[in-house]
Design a protein around this ligand. Structure first.
Ligand code: RFL
Ligand code: PHB
Length: 398
């Protein structure tokens, strides 16, 4: 059994774990990152695509934004499509900030490349199996790499292992409060070789359900359809997917293209509170989950890494634990704002299981309000561009 020591033991090489490791390195703090999957797998996994203004700035400021600035697509706003018409919400006009479309796996690739460039320890195909002694000053992570078992002794454990990792389980044993909501629907998502039909994202509310038109490059589109949570992919032959996308998005000419990736994602809201116990700190999806309608999950993961790295840097520099003790409280202010916005967007844009006609009319009324009122559109724009990384209120009441 191998045994090593580091300052911060990080579980998970998603956006949270990789950015945390990178920011700690910039502060001269050592870390080891354990990742259950292979490098090829995490670099190929298709997930989020929208970076808030603050998340794009964070990547840029920490020296990993060059490719994002070259290849990412800056969008001024989004389109809302409902009742047969399309309306533009111009975030730049409303808040001064836009968003950047850049695939999560591209962020992950850039952060892996930055770490490997200086030889930073990043162990792929290494599964954390247990975390012990978090109440004392010397926590340990036990892990398995192939047939080998290993132990990492550290000052602090950062659980960045997503919504199905052991971080949440270890935290749960410390009795946090868990707030949770399941939705009756999920998203069928495809990545397709077809040029985007629109220059910016389209969020569509239609009598047959929600649809979203997003993109990755000028040649590759990312498209989603609301489906029942327990839907079987077998019910969705390609022809049906394209027909339903054309109908819901109001894009009768949307060309079909080769489907490069397909999957159904159930939707959930979850917050574990607090996000820390002793020497264990939990980040990203391991601590909180949002339905993807607000495009907040990756942004929250990156912001948690930013906040924990800053608190750890203060602690290592001065011995002052105040910021570290306040990590969870500081995160939860942003997390609940993003949870609210994600639930709001989800309820606004999806048909409910009962197809309640009263709810349907309420949704249409609110959508119409968003397109008529600068105050309502401004609130949506403020949240979409900055709820997860820190709300930049246009006319702050503070
Ligand atoms: P991740 O990315 O899940 O990374 C966790 C990593 O931990 C590894 N792991 C372990 N490693 C070692 N030992 C163990 N025992 C381990 N258990 C797990 C896993 O293999 C994995 O590599 O978590 P992180 O870093 O917290 O990042 C969260 C984001 O991935 C997630 O919130 C977003 O993808 C959510 N999301 C979106 N977020 C946005 O900000 N904008 C979007 O536009 C957006 N769209 C989406 C989304 C998520 C979606 N799905 C598939 C759920 C669209 C979709 C369809
Ligand atoms: C995506 O591009 O994958 C995407 C965009 C916006 C969302 C969710 C996902 O709300």
């Amino acid at each position: 059994m191998s045994s090593v020591r580091t300052q911060v033991g990080i579980i998970g090489a998603g956006p949270a774990g990789l950015l945390l490791g990178h920011l700690l390195h910039l502060q001269g703090i050592e870390s080891i990152i354990l990742e259950d999957r292979s490098r090829a797998y995490v670099e190929r996994r298709v997930r989020a695509g929208v970076l808030e203004a603050g998340a794009a700035e964070l990547l840029r400021e920490s020296g990993v934004g060059a490719r994002m600035d070259r290849e990412g697509m800056f969008h001024r706003g989004i389109y809302l499509q409902f009742a047969g018409a399309r309306h533009h919400i111009d975030f730049v006009d409303l808040t001064g900030h836009g968003i950047t479309i850049y695939g999560q796996q591209e962020v992950v690739k850039d952060l892996i490349a930055a770490r490997l460039a200086w030889g930073g320890p990043l162990l792929f195909e290494s599964e954390a199996t247990a975390v012990r002694e978090i109440e004392g000053d010397h926590p340990v992570i036990c892990y398995r790499q192939g047939d080998e078992e290993g132990v990492i002794a550290c000052d602090v454990v950062a659980a960045c292992d997503g919504s199905h990792g052991i971080g949440r389980t270890v935290l749960a044993a410390t009795s946090p409060r868990i707030y949770e909501r399941e939705y009756t629907f999920g998203w069928l998502g495809i990545l397709a070789r077809t040029p985007p039909a629109s220059e910016e994202l389209i969020y569509a509310y239609h009598e047959t359900g929600f649809a979203l038109h997003s993109m990755r490059t000028p040649e590759i589109s990312r498209l989603y359809l609301q489906v029942p949570a327990d839907e079987d992919l077998k019910n969705w032959p390609e022809r049906r997917i394209w027909a339903e996308l054309r109908l819901r998005l109001g894009e009768p000419g949307l060309p079909s293209g080769e489907i490069l990736d397909i999957g159904i994602t159930p939707m959930r809201s979850l917050v574990a509170e607090p996000m820390q116990c002793g020497r264990l700190f939990v980040l990203g999806d391991a601590a909180h989950v949002v339905p993807p309608t607000g495009a907040k999950g990756m942004n929250l993961a990156l912001a948690d890494a930013r906040d924990l790295a800053a608190a750890l840097a203060t602690w290592y520099r001065s011995g002052d634990r105040t910021a570290l003790d306040a990590y969870s409280d500081a995160c939860l202010r942003r997390v609940w704002q993003a949870e609210h916005f994600s639930a709001f967007m989800t309820n606004l844009l999806h048909l409910d299981a009962a197809h309640d006609p009263f709810q349907h009319r309420l949704r249409l009324a609110h959508l119409a309000y968003l397109t008529r009122s600068r105050a309502a559109a401004g609130s949506l724009a403020e949240n979409y561009t900055s709820a997860a990384t820190g709300l930049r209120a246009v006319g702050s009441l503070d």
